[in-house]
Design a protein around this ligand. Structure first.
Ligand SMILES: [Zn+2]
Ligand SMILES: [Zn+2]
Length: 130
């Protein structure tokens, strides 16, 4: 609402520094850089976190406050996603190791059953002692 810069300044802020005739339409979180489509093509092809700026692309008056909020939201979503993926990988690794161990041990079912029996027996024994 209280944009301190003139319309001209605002427009020039949305123009790519390298490609003077290109408007900034993307934000690369990998480089923390605003970029135009040419920049993306040239320098950010392999970047994972390139997000389009809907406000800039629409050519409307850009509200940088909203922009930063939406960028933060995207970032926190990405972080959440990353944490989720890491957790998944961790649990996958654990279950893989478990399976691997059971396979190495031979007949997994028999082992589990005998293990459970052992547990049961020791629990019963402990209960009886105490
Ligand atoms: Zn550019
Ligand atoms: Zn990049």
């Amino acid at each position: 609402m209280k944009w301190p810069l003139s319309q001209k300044m605002e427009t020039s802020l949305l123009i790519c520094i390298i490609h003077k005739c290109e408007q900034i339409t993307m934000y690369c979180a990998d480089h923390s850089q605003l970029c135009c489509c040419k920049c993306v093509e040239l320098n950010h092809r392999l970047c994972v976190q390139v997000t389009p700026l809907p406000q800039a692309a629409g050519g409307k008056s850009t509200n940088f406050k909203n922009l930063s909020v939406s960028t933060e939201n995207t970032l926190s979503q990405l972080k959440q996603c990353q944490t989720y993926q890491e957790d998944r990988i961790k649990s996958l690794k654990v279950s893989y190791k478990e399976h691997e161990r059971l396979i190495v041990d031979g007949d997994a079912r028999v082992n589990i059953v005998s293990y459970l029996r052992e547990c049961e027996t020791s629990t019963v024994n402990t209960t009886h002692k105490t």
